[in-house]
Design a protein around this ligand. Structure first.
Ligand code: XMP
Length: 527
């Protein structure tokens, strides 16, 4: 898969004149930098740290941000930018490692500081200038570094300091090169947004013209040009990403779009219906709902191993999808809801400074198997941007805000054997969890919540009778990126209502437990 810098020219020029590039030196927060810049309504992309100056010139960014990174600038094999970037006459902001690189390139010394600094630190402005305009004389910043710039050479002047770091922020005397030893992109830095805004707007001169409505208009045009009079197939799952892809394509090419929903019997309550309601009744797309529940349940019968379940479901999905796609003979394209974080994570250069974190299921896979040309209209977007587009395109709020759902669906939440009646029990319990969280106003704050049906029975009493029935676990997590997650503290009274409703109304359940484990070491799903 191509790295993030090898993108189509079409994609990269999505916001033609106003582009900021983040050169990624292996930072865990490169995406956050891009997010914060986009909050200034300026388009921003993350690229390899060693993107050549020729390519940078072609892309014509308004500014460059050099990210942080885990290496030491003086270490052997430390990732370096193309040295020509400092002569490009494009404003540069180096963050942490990026600052050390920028200063070192102009003759400053970098070495380990006397104290390693991690966490919140008071930072005092020594010379505000354009970068610190609107930032109070003293504020809290987030530090995370061992090395620091030890002397400024003749070229730099200090803009801010902390107790242990005399050069917390610096500026080149004559060139537009800035450095921040702290991280403006994280929310712990009180005025980080102002600092990045100052860099992007005052120093780089961006007006801030990146808007979702413009993105839609531009993307619709690009899709029409690319697709011509051909047909596009889009797989729908009920989730927000595929729904937004379909709605965007519908706007662009209308009746040339065919959607396929594989109803595998493992969807959430009401999910298939809501896809039909939206894409058949509201958007009137050519929607193919393939009833495949029997097939999936037959193939899954007796299987309890989670990976085996995933394998079976993945293979069946492709078989069923391929078969249905055959009934749409003139299709040449397959649309997928790949998002920017998937591209960055999966596309990272294996030899690059940031190790590939996860390989996402959306990237690759289906198109290779099916021989279609791939269309990924959301490749440049973060999740909240996708939601904003979904709302703008007229998708129902409930669909736009729906929590993520794994491809293998309820199969990995129905621990042990998968049978129709067990799935029904789980589906009913899950709907209650979601309904109570929604009523309590917590649904949007929680990133993912669901019920899990455990593969054990427990003893209970109902009336005068002893019962020996199923157990439901409730899972709810708070997370930024799903790579790590904290269990969400649902208030006791809400938990109480969930439990009472499930036990009273879902037949065969006599106990509800609450999962209070974080990731790591647990995962979000139970299987
Ligand atoms: P875990 O359980 O790994 O989940 O902490 C992280 C996120 O990924 C989702 N997930 C999956 N999504 N196919 C998917 O499409 C899968 O096999 C799969 N397993 C987990 C999970 O719901 C959570 O959002």
């Amino acid at each position: 898969m191509a790295g993030p810098d090898n993108r189509d020219a079409q994609n990269v020029t999505a916001a033609d004149e106003e582009l900021i590039l983040v050169l990624d030196f292996g930072s865990q927060t490169a995406q956050l930098i891009a997010r914060r810049v986009r909050e200034q309504n300026v388009f921003c992309q993350i690229v390899r740290h060693d993107l050549t100056v020729e390519r940078i010139r072609e892309l014509a960014p308004r500014g460059l941000i050099l990210s942080g990174g885990p290496a030491s600038v003086y270490g052997s094999g430390a990732p370096q930018p193309d040295p020509g970037i400092f002569d490009l006459d494009i404003p540069i902001l180096g963050i942490c490692y990026g600052m050390q690189l920028a200063c070192r390139s102009q003759g400053s010394q970098v070495s380990p500081g006397d104290t390693r600094e991690f966490g919140r630190t008071a930072c005092r402005v020594v010379e505000p200038g354009e970068l610190f305009a609107g930032v109070p004389a003293e504020s809290i910043v987030w530090m995370s570094h061992g090395d620091q710039v030890q002397d400024l050479s003749d070229h730099f002047t200090a803009l801010a300091e902390t107790d242990t770091c005399p050069f917390a922020a610096v500026k080149h005397h004559t060139r537009e090169i800035y450095g921040l030893q702290f991280h403006p992109e994280v929310t712990h830095t009180e005025h980080g947004g102002t600092l990045l805004g100052n860099f992007v707007r005052s120093i780089c001169g961006c007006r801030g013209s990146w808007r979702m409505s413009e993105f839609i208009a531009r993307e619709v045009e690009a899709l029409r040009a690319r697709v011509g009079d051909k047909r596009v197939i889009c797989g729908l799952s009920g989730g927000v990403d595929s729904s937004v892809v379909a709605a965007l394509l519908y706007k662009a090419i209308g009746s040339q779009l065919s959607c396929i929903l594989v109803d595998n019997g493992l969807l959430r309550a009401g999910e298939a219906d809501s896809v039909v309601e939206t894409f058949q009744n509201h958007f009137q797309t050519d929607l193919h709902v393939v009833p495949a529940e029997d097939l999936f349940l037959r193939e899954l019968a007796g299987v309890t191993d989670p990976q085996q379940k995933r394998k079976i479901i993945g293979k069946l999905f492709i078989d069923v999808f391929r078969e249905e796609a055959k009934s749409i003979p003139d299709a040449e394209f397959l649309a997928q809801g790949t998002l920017y974080p998937d591209v960055i994570e999966s596309g990272a250069d294996p030899d690059g400074p940031a190790a590939t974190i996860k390989t996402h299921h959306n990237v690759g896979g289906l198109p290779d198997e099916l021989g279609f040309e791939l269309i990924e209209p959301l490749r440049d977007l973060f999740k909240d941007e996708v939601r904003a587009i979904g709302l703008e395109l007229g998708l129902p709020e409930q669909m736009v805000w729906r929590h993520p759902f794994p491809g293998p669906g309820l199969a990995v939440r129905c621990l042990g054997e998968i049978r129709k009646e067990r799935l029904e029990t789980l589906r009913e319990a899950d709907a209650i969890v979601i309904d109570e969280l929604t009523k309590a106003g917590l649904y949007r704050e929680i990133k993912q919540a669901f019920a899990v049906l455990l593969p054990v029975q427990s003893v209970g009493v109902m009336g005068d009778d002893r019962t020996y029935d199923d157990v439901i676990a409730v899972r709810a997590v708070q997370t930024d990126d799903f790579m790590t997650a904290d269990w969400y503290p649902i208030p006791y009274e809400v938990l109480g209502r969930i439990s009472t409703r499930i036990i009273n109304s879902v037949r065969g359940v006599n106990r509800v437990t609450y999962d209070i484990s974080s990731k790591p070491p647990s995962t979000i799903e139970w299987e």
